[in-house]
Design a binder for this molecule. Structure first.
Ligand SMILES: C[S@@+](CC[C@H](N)C(=O)[O-])C[C@H]1O[C@@H](n2cnc3c(N)ncnc32)[C@H](O)[C@@H]1O
Length: 257
């Protein structure tokens, strides 16, 4: 069995299309697992994945690395606040924001805290999505270890969190601004009319073709003047191809037609 056949069988089993993930990275991980489980080849490893729930969960969690934190890369959040959110101020209707691949919710909740500085809660609508249902459960619970709140500004920590030993519990007023849903960036339809899309630290795992499809869909998902905020290693080289214009570093504005 070659890698293509492995991907085919894996898709039948999980509905996850590995052709969208970078091949070299994926093969390296599979080879490591083949050795770890004492398998001889892809066939034997597939059998393990079919029959051993834990092995499958472990491989899936490799594909969905869930690391996140509040205000990850704080200087970029400063730019978001000062240069982007301030431009939304004249908007009178609801502000639509999408945090795509939101993991444990740190990112959409950070967005809610920031937006609440400028808008009333009834004007903020944050859609937060991830492929991983278990992680979405954690996000909804909103309880965090201290390492995830390390960059959280102290005024937000005191206003919106209760501390219980080494855990930080987020307030309902923030939870209410966020609607969590399962969504696969590679295959599900994208929402429309987003003023801001935040998608960080996930596209690095995908092939150039998959990324290109996603940028096209993000562009269609943005409202006129809408902004896409990407991760620190995810700058878009050919933004104009997607009808996007670099605004600040890591921020792209949709070009009006
Ligand atoms: C490293 S976390 C990024 C979390 C957050 N955006 C941040 O930057 O802190 C990557 C997230 O992408 C999600 N993910 C992986 N593949 C995905 C897909 N095809 N569609 C949607 N989410 C996906 C994972 O489940 C994981 O929660």
């Amino acid at each position: 069995m070659d890698y293509n056949k492995f991907m085919e069988e894996f898709f039948k089993m999980t509905k996850l299309d590995l052709t969208n993930y970078k091949e070299s990275q994926m093969k390296r991980r599979i080879d490591t697992n083949i050795k770890r489980y004492d398998c001889k080849n892809y066939v034997e490893y597939l059998n393990i994945l079919k029959n051993d729930k834990k092995a499958l969960e472990e491989f899936m969690s490799y594909l969905t690395i869930n690391v996140s934190e509040f205000f990850r890369n704080p200087t970029q959040w400063d730019v978001l606040e000062k240069e982007i959110i301030s431009k939304f101020l004249p908007i009178k209707r609801t502000i639509n924001v999408w945090s795509a691949a939101c993991s444990t919710g740190d990112e959409p909740y950070s967005l809610a805290m920031l937006l609440l500085k400028y808008f009333s809660a009834d004007k903020i609508k944050i859609l937060a999505t991830d492929i991983d249902l278990d992680i979405l459960k954690q996000a909804k619970a909103g309880i965090y270890p201290d390492k995830q709140v390390i960059n959280l500004p102290s005024q937000f920590k005191s206003k919106y969190f209760k501390q219980n030993k080494d855990k930080f519990i987020i307030d309902n007023s923030i939870k209410k601004c966020v609607d969590f849903k399962q969504h696969n960036l590679l295959s599900d339809p994208y929402p429309k009319n987003m003023d801001l899309i935040v998608c960080r630290n996930v596209l690095i795992y995908f092939t150039e073709k998959a990324k290109s499809d996603i940028y096209n869909k993000f562009s269609q998902s943005l409202s006129d003047d809408g902004v896409l905020f990407v991760g620190s290693t995810e700058q878009i080289i050919t933004a104009a191809q997607y009808n996007l214009q670099p605004s600040k570093v890591f921020f792209y504005k949709k070009i009006k037609k």
